[in-house]
Design a protein around this ligand. Structure first.
Ligand code: 0CM
Ligand code: SF4
Length: 315
């Protein structure tokens, strides 16, 4: 015991945390493609937003690119879990790549809804973060007619060409509460706006935020394992802060600072949907080395969602 942390420091472990079904599937697609077709396998964008996962797959022979011009003719290409625009799909086809689509089925569901409602003449307001690959992919399902709002303040400025047939769609990994506030502002401005039957925010995002809400009153600080690029991981740290709890994101155990735990008696620990459990265990070991004496698992909903792999990847 180094004495850095408070006496008798306890770790509370959030449930659920870490990998979701879409991330499991996306990583499995790259691993199977490597096993079946051999290296290199090209992957458009980080397969999921996690440094450890990306480095691990790079070591196994995956090459991550942003621009399809970087992919040689005849190569095997995987689309990331965040999905791609129609233009990217068309370019991959035109260049003749052998494509495996690791887009999470819950993102594809949003794409399908956009295409269906567009055929019925709808225009869209998308709630999401500008520049995020999922937003580019979903907005890129149509040539025009999707307007992005990032916060409540944007709602007064959005200018659809008509308000009779207007629908709202969202990125899957948003803050549930922020998305609800933006949706409420949209409904106030456009009372006819159509909302999805079931929210576009996915079960994994919802469950991990719910777990942080339950945990926050019981801890003095929350550590979130996740990479800086990961939207859903960032939302967990942000949520804890909104609830008055100091919160820090770490990409690996090495980033955890002893000062964060000084004088604390309870630390919460969770992980974004793209952060592997091995990193959580390394963070636990590091907090123990700094003085934690016990780990307690919170009760939480059990996740049983599983998505099938695309055809052509059976080993
Ligand atoms: O969307 P986000 O940035 O949270 O992506 P991620 O790779 O961290 O998490 C999994 C997903 C999706 C879609
Ligand atoms: Fe799919 Fe949600 Fe996981 Fe993203 S976070 S991959 S949308 S299940």
């Amino acid at each position: 015991m180094t004495g850095a942390a408070g006496v008798g420091l306890e770790i509370l472990l959030a449930e659920p945390r870490g990998f979701c079904a879409g991330v499991d599937r996306a990583i499995e697609i790259v691993e199977r493609a490597l096993q079946k077709f051999g290296a290199p396998i090209y992957v458009r964008h980080e397969i999921v937003h996690n440094t450890f996962v990306v480095n691990d797959l790079k070591a196994k022979g995956a090459i991550f690119i942003e621009d399809l011009a970087q992919v040689p003719p005849g190569a095997t290409l995987v689309f990331s879990a965040h999905g791609v625009s129609r233009a990217v799909q068309a370019e991959a086809q035109a260049r003749g790549f052998s494509v495996f689509d690791a887009t999470c089925p819950l993102v594809t569901k949003v794409h399908v809804e956009v295409a269906k409602l567009a055929r019925e003449g709808y225009e869209f307001i998308m709630i999401g973060h500008k520049g995020h690959p999922e937003v580019e992919g979903t907005m890129g399902q149509l040539d025009h007619g999707i307007h992005l709002v990032e916060e409540v303040e944007d709602v007064v400025h959005v200018q659809p060409s008509q308000t009779e047939k207007l629908a709202v769609v969202t990125q899957t990994t948003l803050s549930v509460d922020d998305a609800a506030a933006i949706t409420a502002a949209l409904v106030q401005r456009f009372p006819n706006i159509r909302q999805p039957k079931q929210q576009d925010i996915c079960y994994a995002t919802q469950n991990r935020q719910d777990a942080v809400k339950i945990m926050s009153p019981q801890v003095e600080v929350l550590i979130v394992v996740g990479s800086p690029t990961s939207s859903n991981s960032n939302r967990l740290a942000e949520l804890a802060r909104k609830l008055g709890v100091d919160s820090y994101m770490v990409d690996s155990a090495a980033e955890l600072e002893a000062d964060w735990l000084r004088g604390r008696s309870r630390v919460g620990l969770t992980a974004g949907a793209s952060a592997p459990e091995v990193l959580v265990q390394e963070v636990i070991d590091r907090i123990k080395a700094l003085g934690a004496v016990s780990v307690r698992r919170m009760k939480g909903v059990e996740e049983t969602v599983k998505f099938p792999l695309p055809k052509g990847l059976k080993l």
